[in-house]
Design a protein around this ligand. Sequence first.
Ligand SMILES: [Zn+2]
Length: 581
Amino acid sequence: MTLDETEVRELIRRIALLNAISYEGKAELQPVLGKILAERPNLKEKVKQVASVAAEAVEEVNKLSLEQQRKIVARRWPEALVEEKVEEERELPPLPNAEKYERVVTRFAPNPDCVLHLGSARAIILCYEYAKRYDGLFYLRFEDTDPRLKRSALPFYDLIREDLRWLDCEWDGEFIQSNRLPIYYEHAERILKEGNAYVCECRPDEFREKVLAKESCACRDLTPDENLARWEKMLNGTYKEGETVVRIKTDLMHPNPAVRDWPALRIINPERHPHPRVGSKYRVWPLYNFACGIDDHLMGVSHIIRGKEHLTNQRRQQYMYKHFGWKYPEAIHYGRLKIKGASLSKSVIVEGIRKGVFRDWDDPRLATFAALRKRGIMPEAIRRMIIDVGPKTADVVLSWKNLYAHNRKIIDPVANRYFFVRDPIKISVKKAPRAISAAIPLHPDQPERGSRRFQIEPRDGEVSLWVSSDDLKLFQKGVNIRLMELFNLQVEKVGKQLVDAVFHSKSYEEAKRLGAPLIHWIPRGTGIPCEVVMPDASVAGGVAEDACKGLVPNEIIQFERFGFVRVDMLDWKLTVYFAHR
Ligand SMILES: [Zn+2]
């Protein structure tokens, strides 16, 4: 490279390290390369050379542990960590026209037909955060007016409340649409009386044909009295399900056919489709845009914050607002948010539970809040991830890695460390010193928390321990290995279930000099059986050290060299859920 080579190598190394730190300790070449060229566009001429240096740097950096990577950056480029922090604490942009409203009011409006999942996080957190920031109100509104196709179920009302509380998004008021049918009826009557809606008897395909041709159907010309008479027949059961709908008059010339004279209320057979809350009390139910539009106005919602797939709904509702003489709230439509590798489709979740593919709403394979909670993902991590993304209109793709990175920043400073040996195999170390004790801090950065203590008494000069078969690949005849915080050994013989070794030396410096890898261990005859439920619902079995017998459910800990886990249950064995590395 003709440019100052050392300087460029430094730059590349810094970028690779920072990339690794943001992604669980694993840098990836493509984004690293992108960042390098963004910082130094003149390197584009030498892109091949730069790419090969970057590939080396990435490989080198990925050999280090996350802690080592952090230390290097903190020592050499402390300002880079500051930069990273500033980015973290990104603030939401101000709400448009907030000052024009006496009070900022937002709402989260779920259909209680499923538990909430990560896909709802953006709506909830943005609405809640904005209401808080402007000293406004955040409402929870259950939209449960489709007992036929999107039928709600009683448990979900409470499960959704539980999810919101867990997310720390306490609401200031709650509404349930199935309690509000008289309000929707009153507005239906008014809009019919004022000639701005009509009761349409046309078959759906007939109407569709007309509307596509920008023509009105015969019902559109009915007088208000004729419409009110038909409305009465909808309510009293003369019309049956599917025979009529109330339509809001819009513009038949509107470029989007979906906006033209949209349906506002329809009949649902109350005997065949009773509502889980109000039973068979009502036969006429409002459709989404009618109920939602009326509620937003009556509840004084100042800012509607929702996905851009609702833009057509806004166009539809604006006609109704005009008929009623209301002002449409500010509407913010954010782009799609995709989480790579997470199934965010309600139907997949509900179907999977029904068929028994998923054990329950908190099955670790799901991206429901219940599942994330079970795995030890902190609500604050979700909040930070969403605020990072904000309400921007561009589509965003996130990955689990983003969420894990946020979560790690929160739990890493508070999670105590323990040893968990997965799929244990025996190791027997000869010529061990007489008695060995080890005191390992519960948290490497916080000695005041105390230590876990191990006392090992060799028998006939021999020490017997469990180590993980995951480490079997390190064991080869003649190789030196350090048992973390204990001593260094030399491998003599490797069997499938037993490794024979001999004591080598005690000091860590010696291990460093020998280049001995560090592994964790548990003295045989101690510990507690442990099961780790992994994100793919498989179970990793093994043994956890004695100190784990004092853990309590919900505690988040780190199994060294394995990952962060949440304690779920503790009896004769320990059951934990895996969060991430
Ligand atoms: Zn018609």
